[in-house]
Design a protein around this ligand. Structure first.
Ligand code: HEM
Length: 312
């Protein structure tokens, strides 16, 4: 079922479909940066990234703008469950948030069934997989994954990238001067400081081995994407941040049957933000304190304030 559902959803996020969102995405970025340009600085997490990425995915799915903040708090609470060994109180809070999130989406599905709109939720209601319609629970879980995956990582990737470029002014100048395109630079940003550090898998077969090391059936394995991205056998001088690195093939968007469905959208978002900043910021300056998020799997910032020029 995963593969069939995945195929259905992937259609909404192909590079070509996503390219059609470019103009609206640039407009959204400019509008969100504008208040920061007035006052000379912006918190790239709370005032920009969250509004930007969550706004895009909510509009695509059909979540009303007035509900975005609620979605943000449910999503933040739910994903804390993915941290290693969450305490019981966190597990309970995450479960409660996921429950509210699910009930909200069930209501939204009922609304769209009564009055379809031109959004992904209505399209999922209309879709058939092998001649059968999706159940409400399948639609809700798909929408929930998209809403969470569709912004948590993108917000963190944006802040990680801007902080990195602020800390490496020479690399920023290569982007500013046009020597390296934002499109190319984001791949090195994703390699160097991935917003999702690891994922877990379970070994389902006997006789499974990695590099000659047998791993028994039933084992839980952590795939540390961030470490793989710094493997010197794959990336020469891996701890050097080089936006013009010729081979940036990283694992930050996963791989195999769970490879990130939203990769084209994630790339468009990151490219847009860097392009907009490169247009106006001769230097990228972080205004301290930059506050790192104290989480392990999701690596990002709680707050990252940067100086912003007036001319937009
Ligand atoms: C920079 C931003 C992003 C990063 C770094 C990222 C990273 C990832 C990674 C590593 C996975 C694989 C998880 C696994 O192996 O279990 C994944 C899966 C996924 N991503 Fe993203 N993602 C980003 C943005 C997005 C966006 C914008 C969307 C919106 C559509 C999205 C939707 C998904 C979905 C639905 C999956 C699950 C795919 C499956 O299980 O088959 N992601 N993402």
């Amino acid at each position: 079922m995963h593969t069939r559902l995945r195929r259905l959803v992937t259609e909404a996020f192909t590079p070509r479909t996503v390219e059609g969102l470019r103009d609206a995405t640039v407009e959204r970025a400019r509008a969100l940066l504008e208040p920061g340009r007035e006052v000379g600085s912006i918190d790239l997490v709370g005032s920009y990234g969250q509004q930007f990425s969550l706004g895009i995915i909510c509009d695509l799915i059909g979540v009303p703008a007035s509900d975005r903040d609620t979605i943000l708090s449910w999503s933040d609470e739910t994903v804390r469950m993915y941290e290693p060994h969450p305490p019981e109180t966190q597990q309970a809070a995450s479960n409660a948030a996921a429950g509210s999130f699910r009930r909200y989406l069930l209501d939204l599905v009922a609304l769209r069934r009564a009055r379809p709109a031109s959004d992904l939720l209505s399209a999922l209601l209309d879709a058939t997989v092998e001649g059968e319609r999706l159940s409400d629970e399948q639609i809700v879980s798909t929408a929930m994954v998209l809403l969470m995956a569709g912004h948590e990582a993108a917000v963190n990737a944006t802040a990680n990238g801007v902080a990195l470029l602020a800390a490496h002014p020479g690399e920023w100048q290569r982007i500013r001067s046009g020597a390296v395109s934002p499109r190319a630079a984001i791949e090195e940003v994703l390699r160097f400081d991935p917003p999702l550090q690891w994922f877990e898998r379970w070994v389902l077969d006997d006789g499974f081995a990695v590099d000659g090391l047998g791993i028994p059936r039933g084992s839980r394995v952590a795939l540390v994407l961030a470490a793989a991205n710094r493997d010197p056998r794959r990336h020469p001088d891996p701890d050097r941040f080089d936006v013009a690195r010729p081979d940036t093939a990283h694992l930050s968007l996963g791989g195999g049957i769970h490879f990130c469905i939203g990769a084209p959208l994630a790339r468009l978002e990151l490219e847009t933000t860097l392009t907009e900043l490169a247009r106006t910021e001769p230097e990228l300056a972080v205004i301290p304190p930059a506050i790192r998020r104290p989480t392990f799997q999701f690596r990002g910032y709680d707050r990252l304030e940067i100086a912003l020029s007036k001319e937009g």
